[in-house]
Design a protein around this ligand. Structure first.
Ligand SMILES: Cc1cc2nc3c(=O)[nH]c(=O)nc-3n(C[C@H](O)[C@H](O)[C@H](O)COP(=O)(O)O)c2cc1C
Length: 354
C-alpha cells in the first residue's frame, strides 16, 4: 500500500490516502454562515483523498471563534451545499467536523442569544481573538444542568442530519483541543457530581451519547472521531488521559465507526498512535507534522491507513499532484491565516498555473 492507493473507510471510498486535516480559517460571515469564498477554497483542495472540514458548530452556543461556520440553521445548510457540489464535481469527498467549543469562547464571537456553557463553571485560562476588541480572556462558562445535556446531544444529531442534507459524505466528532467533548472527558474541566462527572465511565458518557446520536442518523460507516489524548491545548488537564482514552476507545471500538483520527502529539504522557492502534488498527488516520517520506513509511508498513495534513494544504491546494510528480511545496503566509477574504486563502495557485 502507498499514500496514492485507494482506501475504504466505512462507506467512504477514498481515491488516495492523503487527507486534508480540519482547519479553522475564519472566512465565514459573522452569523456563522459559510461564505462564497469557501466554495472555491475547498474545490481547489478536492484532490485530497478526503477533506475534513474546518470545525463547524452544531449550535449557536457551539460557536467560539470569530467568523467560524455553523450547520444549525436552514440558511447555513443552503450555504454549505455549493461547497459540497464543488468538491463532488471534482471527484472529491468531504466530511463535516462537528466542533462545539464549550467554554473556549468569547461572547463577542458568538451569535446573538447564545451563551457559553461547559460541564462545570470553570473558565479556561487564556485569551482568544475577537474582531471587536482584539485579544480578550475566555468567557466564564455556565455549568450545564443535567437536564440540559440531552438537548446538546440532540444538537449533534440534528447537525448530522443537516450535514447530510447539505451533501457532506460523513461527519467527524471533534473530541480534542479543549473543546466541549474534551471538557467532559477531563478531570480539570469536569467536576460534575451527576452521571456525567467523576468516574471515567461518567466522564466518557457524553462523548458516547454524542457518537450514538451521530450514528443514529445514517449508520456508523460515515462517522469518525478525532482525538489527541493528553493534549493540554486550551487549558485542558486530565489526571490520567491514558485511562480516560483507553476506556473511551474500548467503548467506541464496538460502534463500527468509519475511522479514528489521531493527533500523535509526541510531547504528551500517552503514545497516542499506539493507543489508537489498539482499538482501530485497520482504520487509523494519523496526523501531526508528517512529511511525505514518514507518511509513506507509516502507510506502507500498515501502521496507519492514511495520513492527514493540515499546514501543507494551505499553500498547496494540489498537494497530492505535487507529491505524485515530485514537485516542490510552497510555504504559506501566517499573516493571512485567519483574515477575511480570498488573500492567503484561495490565492495559492496549483503548481504550474501561476
Ligand atoms: C490554521 C489551523 C487551523 C486549525 N483548525 C483546526 C480545526 O478546526 N479542527 C481541528 O481538529 N484541528 C485544527 N487544526 C489542527 C490541524 O488539523 C492539525 O492537527 C495540525 O495542524 C497538525 O497537522 P500538520 O502538521 O499537518 O499541520 C488547525 C491547524 C491550523 C494550522
Amino acid at each position: 500500500m502507498d499514500l496514492f492507493s485507494p482506501l475504504k473507510l466505512g462507506s467512504l471510498e477514498l481515491r488516495n490516502r492523503i487527507i486534508m486535516a480540519p482547519m479553522t480559517r475564519s472566512r465565514a460571515h459573522s452569523n456563522a454562515l459559510p461564505s462564497e469564498v469557501m466554495v472555491e477554497y475547498y474545490r481547489q483542495r478536492a484532490s485530497a483523498g478526503l477533506i475534513i472540514s474546518e470545525g463547524i458548530a452544531p449550535s449557536a452556543d457551539g460557536v467560539g471563534y470569530c467568523r467560524t461556520p455553523g450547520i444549525y440553521t436552514e440558511d447555513q445548510v443552503e450555504a454549505w451545499r455549493p461547497v459540497l457540489d464543488a468538491v463532488h464535481s471534482e471527484g472529491g469527498l468531504m466530511v463535516a467536523q462537528l466542533m462545539h467549543v464549550g467554554r473556549v469562547s468569547s461572547q463577542l464571537n458568538k451569535p446573538d442569544s447564545s451563551e457559553t456553557v461547559a460541564p462545570s463553571a470553570i473558565a479556561a485560562r487564556g485569551d482568544m481573538y475577537t474582531d471587536q476588541q482584539g485579544m480578550v480572556p475566555f468567557d466564564q462558562p455556565r455549568a450545564l444542568l443535567s437536564s440540559e445535556i440531552p438537548a446538546i446531544v440532540e444538537q449533534y444529531r440534528q447537525a448530522t442530519v443537516n450535514a447530510y442534507k447539505a451533501g457532506f459524505d460523513g461527519v467527524e466528532l471533534h473530541c480534542t483541543s479543549g473543546y466541549l467533548p474534551a471538557q467532559f472527558l477531563s478531570t480539570g474541566s469536569n467536576q460534575r457530581e451527576d452521571e456525567y462527572g467523576g468516574s471515567v465511565e461518567n466522564r466518557v458518557r457524553f462523548v458516547l451519547e454524542v457518537l450514538q446520536a451521530m450514528i443514529s442518523v445514517s449508520g456508523a460507516e460515515r462517522v469518525g472521531m478525532r482525538i489527541c489524548p493528553d493534549n493540554s491545548f486550551n487549558d485542558l488537564q486530565d489526571d490520567d488521559p491514558a485511562e480516560t482514552f483507553d476506556y473511551l476507545l474500548a467503548q467506541a471500538a464496538t460502534m463500527n465507526l468509519a475511522y479514528l483520527h489521531v493527533i500523535r502529539m509526541r510531547s504528551g504522557r500517552v503514545d497516542n498512535l499506539a493507543l489508537g492502534r489498539r482499538y482501530f488498527s485497520d482504520r487509523l488516520i494519523g496526523n501531526d507534522s508528517y512529511k511525505l517520506e514518514k507518511a509513506q513509511a507509516a502507510v506502507s508498513s500498515g501502521e496507519l491507513a492514511a495520513v492527514s495534513f493540515a499546514r501543507h494544504f494551505i499553500g498547496n491546494p494540489d498537494l497530492v499532484e505535487r507529491w505524485r510528480s515530485g514537485l516542490p511545496l510552497s510555504n504559506f503566509d501566517l499573516e493571512t491565516l485567519y483574515t477575511p477574504g480570498a488573500e492567503g486563502y484561495t490565492s495559492y495557485p496549483a503548481a504550474g498555473s501561476d
